[in-house]
Ligand binder design. Structure first.
Ligand SMILES: Cc1cc2nc3c(=O)[nH]c(=O)nc-3n(C[C@H](O)[C@H](O)[C@H](O)COP(=O)(O)OP(=O)(O)OC[C@H]3O[C@@H](n4cnc5c(N)ncnc54)[C@H](O)[C@@H]3O)c2cc1C
Length: 539
């Protein structure tokens, strides 16, 4: 990055919420420089999201952050309760969001508030020399031409303005995204569902109910209706109550005195000691952007889709958006992939955004297009369909009652199988990974050839213990001479159950398709770097 008046950087990230911070870390991991601008002076001062789902925790594991996030977590049962008051002894509860079968992942659903999570992500982002982050700095505008993007940023303290020239811009600027507005991208969905005021408070509720009993708790009685959210393992809570602007109500009516009264009535504890920390109005919205990409600008996170808090999906979808996008940007910037690879971001992530919007609405209204899939299937059962996936003609396996069924069918998240103390998931990213059966010598030779053109780690399982080997092969649907190719984001790109007559040609063809490389672009590929060819063995 140049230190002068104009900053030149391959990728500009707008917003340092969960999506922006993860994008910064992921791009650095791929060796790509980025600049992140955030208008606030620091990370979120409010707890906001508190539920991190299994897939996001798997991503944090791959970034080396799983333990730190777990340490910052608190206990909360991942389910939604409904009753007249928070302290009622027998509320109605939804099914748990936590997997019944912990053998499907090396990670687990975790409660950790955004207020605790974001500093962890920020430290990780700042640890990479490729990343520059400017807080108190706002994106003021940008212009996009065929030569790239020129953005204007301004320091909110000293008013100094600077230009940033970049090739790509990732809009992680939240639900009110000014980037999205500037591009004129429309949102589709029910839109504003209701208006709320969040009362942030501390109170010794642990004297009345077991802490961590439920993740969200809706209460409704003659005097108050709202949603309690525990935000740490101690005494800090949020009580979100609706207000009705169409009836002339305003959030200002919730004074501190009124807030204390409402919390007591919602908790069902007259005289509860309540310390009000803050009162924040917000709108519950549900919609999805019509486009996630315009030219070289990409929308991610809340800028791309707005969800109700039910199901704890907003932040998780945001993290998983950039996990999908960043390896593609890196592959194009480094010359391994054709620019058309970037089209697969919208093709793969928009349906997921739409599905999660619908699910978040369905969980609140009891309707919506949520089908009968389990929460775990929504979380780990995402199957991408795009040119970055090479289908193998098999059908998606379906579990009884919508249960999640691990599968290595192309497009799926590659399943977790323990190989001794290592999970198969630990072998994936930041590069493509080939897992071959013990007689998959021809695939390994083919991948060595491909690695002359790409950085391409090769996982040689033939040295694994027999039990491990059979377990992963069975789970992945790969025979002794078969192989599976896993993308940097841990989704399966291609699978062959057995060897073929010309493996090198097959792999070339697959890579050319999956990476959108036309033959002219292939010849422009970066110089072979065989030192980077890693042979991963779990022996
Ligand atoms: C009450 C509540 C409870 C929730 N609970 C959950 C939950 O349990 N689980 C879950 O997954 N999600 C939950 N969510 C949603 C979650 O908070 C969001 O989905 C998540 O923060 C989205 O992350 P993001 O990075 O896309 O956007 P944000 O976190 O909103 O970050 C956007 C950032 O961009 C910055 N920005 C905006 N414009 C500019 C600009 N022009 N220049 C520079 N910076 C800019 C903003 O200051 C902000 O920091 C909840 C939300 C609410 C309100």
């Amino acid at each position: 990055m140049s230190p002068g008046r104009v900053i030149e950087v391959p990728v500009l990230i707008v917003g340092a919420g969960p999506a922006g911070l993860c994008a910064s870390i992921l791009l650095s991991q791929h060796g790509i420089e980025s600049l992140t601008v955030e208008k606030h002076p620091g990370t979120s001062i409010y707890p906001r999201a508190t539920g991190i789902n299994v897939r996001s925790m798997e991503i944090f594991r791959s970034l080396g952050l799983q333990d730190e996030v777990s340490r910052a977590s608190f206990k909360a049962e991942p389910r939604i309760a409904f009753s007249r008051a928070l302290t009622d002894s027998e509320p109605n509860v939804s099914p748990t969001f936590r997997p019944d079968h912990l053998d499907v992942s090396p990670a687990e659903w975790t409660s950790c508030s955004q207020k605790e999570l974001e500093p962890i992500l920020l430290r990780a982002a700042c640890s990479h020399r490729q990343a520059q982050l400017l807080f108190g700095t706002e994106l003021l505008g940008f212009d996009q031409t065929c030569d790239g993007i020129t953005a204007q940023i301004g320091d909110r303290v000293n008013g100094r303005r600077r230009d940033v020239r970049c090739r790509y811009l990732i809009a992680c600027d939240g639900s009110r995204s000014s980037v999205r507005e500037r591009l004129g991208v429309r949102m589709f969905g029910p839109g504003v569902l209701n208006h709320n005021v969040s009362i942030h408070f501390s109170a010794p509720l642990g004297r009345y109910i077991p802490m961590g009993r439920n993740f969200l708790h809706f209460v409704q009685n003659e005097e108050v209706m709202g949603m309690f959210v525990a935000t740490d393992g101690g005494s800090r809570w949020v009580f979100a109550i609706p207000y009705h602007p169409e009836q002339g109500e305003t959030p200002d009516a919730v004074t501190k005195v009124r807030a204390v009264d409402l919390v007591r009535k919602g908790a069902g504890v007259p005289g509860l000691e309540v310390d009000v920390i803050g009162i924040v109005p917000w709108r519950m919205e549900a919609d999805c952007a019509e486009r996630l990409r315009l030219g070289n600008v990409f929308l991610a996170g809340d800028a791309a889709h707005r969800m109700t808090p039910a199901g704890g999906l907003g932040m998780n979808t945001a993290i998983q958006d950039v996990h999908n996008l960043c390896w593609k940007l890196a592959a194009v910037l480094r010359g391994w992939a054709g620019p058309a690879l970037l089209e697969t971001y919208e093709a793969e992530r928009r349906p997921v955004g739409q599905q999660n919007v619908d699910r978040s609405v369905g969980l609140i209204t009891g309707g919506g297009n949520v089908g009968d899939r389990s929460a775990l299937d929504f979380d780990l059962g995402i199957v991408y369909q795009s040119t970055a996936v090479h289908p193998d003609g098999t059908e998606r396996p379906s579990g009884a009652g919508g249960e999640f069924v691990p599968s290595a069918r192309p497009g799926s998240r590659a399943p977790h199988v323990w190989l001794g103390r290592v999970s198969t998931l630990d072998l994936f990213g930041p590069h493509f990974t080939l897992l071959a059966g013990p007689r998959g010598v021809s695939w390994r030779a083919a991948v060595t050839k491909a690695a002359r053109e790409l950085e391409f780690p090769l996982m040689d399982r033939s040295r694994g213990r027999d039990t491990d080997r059979h377990a992963w092969q069975r789970c992945y649907g790969v025979g002794e001479s078969g192989a599976v190719l896993v993308r940097p984001d841990g989704h399966v790109a291609w699978r062959r159950s057995a060897s073929v007559a010309a493996p090198a040609q097959e792999l070339d063809r697959v890579l050319n398709t999956v990476l959108s490389r036309s033959s002219e672009e292939v010849s422009d590929l970066v110089t072979p770097d065989l030192d980077r060819l890693t042979s991963l063995t779990a022996s």
